[in-house]
Design a protein around this ligand. Structure first.
Ligand SMILES: Cc1cc2nc3c(=O)[nH]c(=O)nc-3n(C[C@H](O)[C@H](O)[C@H](O)COP(=O)(O)OP(=O)(O)OC[C@H]3O[C@@H](n4cnc5c(N)ncnc54)[C@H](O)[C@@H]3O)c2cc1C
Length: 382
């Protein structure tokens, strides 16, 4: 069965936009992916090209340099990359950064940074995780101490997506260590000519090979008061919590698109490949596995599509978004694993899409909040 990849939230304009996205991917991303996987990053040119084509910050309003669309436009770009296992250009983290500025920044901060993010001139990253803490955000040690009218930041961050290429890093730091959640603030660090800011290693990961995930060091980075997100201390935790449904749904959306891509590639492969004188596709086991996968994708599509519609309507809650992240990432792991099995030894070779998808899938259950943390969030809402 060839699944139609129709979304309930799509329309003719979005279909046309999808064609533009696919053209961009085929012309600008696929040809350079192998080199980017070896290098560990896609380079600034690709970001600028994506910006020029209008693919970045599509749901940021036009007055701030965005395209004035909504989450569906973002979803189209993420889906088409995920279906092809193209992970180098982490447009989702980039957009999340833009949303922090849009939702919590001052007008001056929006004016200064959003157009640069939308054009791809500046790559965005968000630095929460540290060597000593990830899930437990309140355990961070990076601190921002008052110095004159501004602050000085000391600390180190790790596993930061887009970290190597980032021109703008949102840094979560403690402004008051005695205040728990109320002691966290977010600072906008402009990385150009920034004394005390150092990019460490581009980390060698199991998957997401083309994506720059880095360590970042802040050794006495001085920032002015205008670099405090929203201009008020102690708002960091609440700013982070407010944007969680958006971030978690992105992972659900990409998980399902990757499943669709793996399914399609596997369907094509098993029809070609022969064993014992017949196509692999004709074995009952193959047909049953593919039937299970097709069912899982179809059921998942109904749920993820509803979440997309709810997000666009402004009514997606954190627990449901966490279900999308939990279910999507776990299902992606199951489906891609089954697809690798149907490819046999070729499924283990990196030149095959499903092999890359297998290693790319594993992180989906960890970043953006682990599956265990998702269950905590969902359980609290029961
Ligand atoms: C490729 C990649 C990209 C990333 N990008 C970014 C980024 O851009 N910015 C950023 O800030 N971070 C980023 N991260 C970090 C990521 O968000 C964290 O790794 C993740 O949140 C888990 O934190 P941790 O690694 O410290 O694990 P830990 O928090 O140490 O967790 C270890 C284990 O303990 C479990 N655990 C922890 N607390 C509980 C609990 N309460 N109940 C039950 N089990 C629990 C976890 O589920 C996990 O299984 C990235 C990580 C990777 C690998």
């Amino acid at each position: 069965m060839a699944l139609t990849f129709r979304r309930s939230w799509s329309d003719p304009d979005l279909d046309q936009y999808r064609d533009t996205v696919v053209r961009f991917i085929e012309e600008h991303m696929l040809p350079g992916d192998e080199a980017a996987r070896h290098r560990g990053h896609v380079g600034h040119d690709l970001w600028r090209q994506a910006g020029q084509t209008g693919l970045l910050c599509t749901d940021i309003p036009e007055p701030w340099g965005g395209a004035g669309g909504d989450f569906r436009h973002e979803a189209v770009f993420y889906e088409e990359m995920a279906r092809r296992s193209l992970t180098g250009l982490n447009a989702s983290v980039h957009t999340i950064v833009a949303h922090y500025l849009l939702n919590h920044g001052t007008d001056a901060q929006r004016q200064r940074y959003l157009p640069r993010l939308a054009s791809g001139e500046c790559v965005g990253a968000i630095a929460m995780t540290e060597p000593g803490t990830g899930s437990d955000l309140q355990g961070i040690r990076t601190r921002a101490e008052r110095s004159g009218a501004g602050y000085v930041i000391h600390g180190s961050k790790t596993f930061i997506s887009n970290g190597f290429l980032a021109g703008l890093v949102l840094v979560v730091a403690k402004t008051d260590p005695t205040q728990g959640a109320r002691g966290l603030s977010i600072f906008i660090v402009d990385t150009a000519d920034c004394p005390g800011y150092h990019v460490g290693r581009v980390l060698d990961k199991m998957g997401l090979k083309a994506q720059d995930t880095s360590e970042l060091f802040f050794d006495g980075v001085a920032v002015g008061p205008e670099q405090l997100l929203g201009g008020r201390e102690g708002q960091g935790f609440f700013q982070l919590m407010a944007d969680l449904p958006y971030e978690r749904l992105i992972i659900g959306v990409t998980a399902l698109a990757a499943m669709e891509g793996a399914y399609q590639a596997t369907l094509d492969y098993v029809r070609e490949r022969k064993a014992f004188g017949q196509p692999i596709a004709d074995f009952q086991n193959t047909r049953f596995k593919l039937a299970e996968i097709a069912t899982e994708i179809t059921v998942g599509r109904a749920f993820i599509d509803r979440c997309v519609e709810d997000l666009v309507a402004g009514r997606l809650d954190t627990a449901t978004a966490s279900m999308a992240k939990l279910w999507g990432s776990e299902a992606q792991g199951r489906v891609v694993d089954a697809c690798v099995q149907l490819f046999g030894g070729y499924g283990y070779m990196n030149e095959y899409l499903v092999a890359r998808m297998y290693t790319d899938a594993r992180i989906q259950r960890i970043y953006g909040g682990t599956s265990e943390i998702m269950k905590e969030v969902i359980a609290r809402a029961l």
